[in-house]
Ligand binder design. Structure first.
Ligand SMILES: O=P(O)(O)OC[C@H]1O[C@H](OP(=O)(O)OP(=O)(O)O)[C@H](O)[C@@H]1O
Ligand SMILES: Nc1ncnc2[nH]cnc12
Length: 200
């Protein structure tokens, strides 16, 4: 399927077949969901799948995680009619921040931060990122929000892998993702059957 084509039947997660395979080798964990954002209907359907479970919730602010979480987070915020908070990787903000150290799928120690004036005790936050692999990044964002006394209403990501950290998120927070049950095992092994159409 060309990336701009639309299928007749837009079943849940149809757009995942637009996601490109990792061709950079086994040490590079990423699949590339960003390719599905080229297609306006795919992006809109993906954002709907992330947003729908939270439509009846009280949400004050949507927080998206640096960098790919900004795309989906800002889209979700617009659909919900809410503001957007950028959760930044350390070193980009020129104001007072709260910080949180974490380790992600690369195994490297990292730090994320948010400015201090966005969240107050009781602020209800929906956290959005592109992907949850080890869950280290999302857990750090949850810790940041909670350190400031705000409440995590839920977590939304294209995929939440069934890693220890991914399962911890699913067990402890409400969540939304775009993966139909029958595709979850393909996500967990980082290879979709649809990758065969990419010819490698
Ligand atoms: O569950 P984890 O193992 O913590 O990994 C998930 C994180 O990894 C990716 O970001 P990454 O920092 O690689 O790239 P980006 O800056 O392009 O979003 C992804 O968008 C998540 O933020
Ligand atoms: N396997 C993966 N695919 C896409 N994005 C990711 N971010 C972290 N791990 C990822």
């Amino acid at each position: 399927m060309d990336v701009l084509d639309l299928p007749v039947d837009r079943h849940k997660g149809w757009y995942l077949s637009l996601m490109a395979p990792n061709i950079k080798g086994p040490t590079f964990a990423w699949l590339d969901p960003s390719r599905l954002y080229f297609n306006s209907t795919a992006l809109a359907d993906c954002v709907k799948d992330l947003t729908n479970p939270f439509l009846k919730d009280t949400i004050d602010l949507v927080a998206g995680i640096d960098a790919m979480g900004f795309i989906l987070g800002a889209s979700v915020a617009t659909v919900l009619g809410k503001g957007f908070l950028a959760v930044r990787k350390a070193g980009h903000l020129c104001v007072a921040t709260e910080t949180q150290n974490y380790t992600d799928y690369t195994g490297k120690e990292k730090t994320m931060e948010i400015r201090l004036d966005a969240l107050k005790p009781g602020t209800r936050v929906l956290l959005v990122d592109q992907w949850v692999e080890t869950g280290g990044t999302m857990k750090a964002a949850i810790q940041l929000v909670e350190k400031l006394g705000a409440t995590v209403v839920g977590v939304a990501a294209v995929a939440i892998e069934n890693t220890e950290g991914g399962k911890w998120i699913k067990d402890n927070y409400r969540f939304s993702h775009c993966i139909p049950d029958e595709l979850q095992s393909q996500i967990d092994r980082k290879r979709l059957d649809s990758f065969s159409s990419f010819g490698n």
